[in-house]
Design a protein around this ligand. Sequence first.
Ligand SMILES: Nc1ncnc2c1ncn2[C@@H]1O[C@H](COP(=O)(O)OP(=O)(O)OP(=O)(O)O)[C@@H](O)[C@H]1O
Length: 289
Amino acid sequence: MENILELNHVSKVYNDFALDDLCFSLKRGFIMGFIGPNGSGKSTTIRCIMGLAHINSGEIRMFGMNYHEHMKELKERIGFVYDQDVFFEDLTVEKNKQIISSFYKQWDDNVFYQYIKKFEVPLKKPIKSLSKGTKMKFALAIALSHHAELIIMDEPTSGLDPIFRKELLDILLDIIQDENKAIFFSTHITTDLEQVADYITFILDGKIILSEETETLLDNYVLVKGPKKLKDQIEQLQPIMLKETSLGFEAFLKRNEANQLETIIELSLDRPTLEDIMYYLVKSQNTRL
Ligand SMILES: Nc1ncnc2c1ncn2[C@@H]1O[C@H](COP(=O)(O)OP(=O)(O)OP(=O)(O)O)[C@@H](O)[C@H]1O
């Protein structure tokens, strides 16, 4: 399958922060989750991808083309949900739709009104009177109503209640049934990603520290718990993190370095969650600094 989105050695420098040599790609037919702690560069990366911030070096390609050379035509093929207010606040939902839809050749009013009904967004109210969640629903309806092939979202589930979040994840899974499409979104809610993301890209301090298949990533690490007397043995395996607990110790290791532990009955070996992986990788990075 063709790469629908590709970042090749992308760098962006601010005074106190830089995106450093970002490389990752997303193929058609897949959902990629973009994770990282606060301030690690997720929104900046998305702003660069959308041409809202200029990159200092490297290249962003979409649909096999250089994005910056073909920005106008390629933007029509992207459905974008941004975490900041981008609408005309004093105008109604309907009026905003009229203005925004005129920019898209493939705009589909039927799809738009289906989502507006499904999401219960009031058409006659000005945007400024909507709650954060309802604004997000409107933003989603816009992004999904012009037959975009690539959906890019910056924290689309923030401010949404669990019921709507679940509905949104179902919508994403529905969209991706069309193998020509792809979805790239940032979030702090890693449990959402475990449900829908085929790939995870993890950014820390402006650097990509991993970008891989979700299942492979979850299989790559192991959480080991055991009694204090076995701690030294684990230490020799140079775990990514090792800490004492009231019951013994807890360690986070690469699975291939923990194979020999499977026969030791006093140890429990568990598959970590995405949140565990993020937590331990961030912690280990901080202790190395
Ligand atoms: N226009 C700008 N000028 C200078 N620095 C900026 C600008 N925009 C972002 N930054 C800095 O870039 C860094 C990364 O911010 P960014 O918003 O990309 O992080 P994030 O991973 O999206 O964080 P969060 O999860 O909190 O939303 C921050 O230190 C921020 O202050």
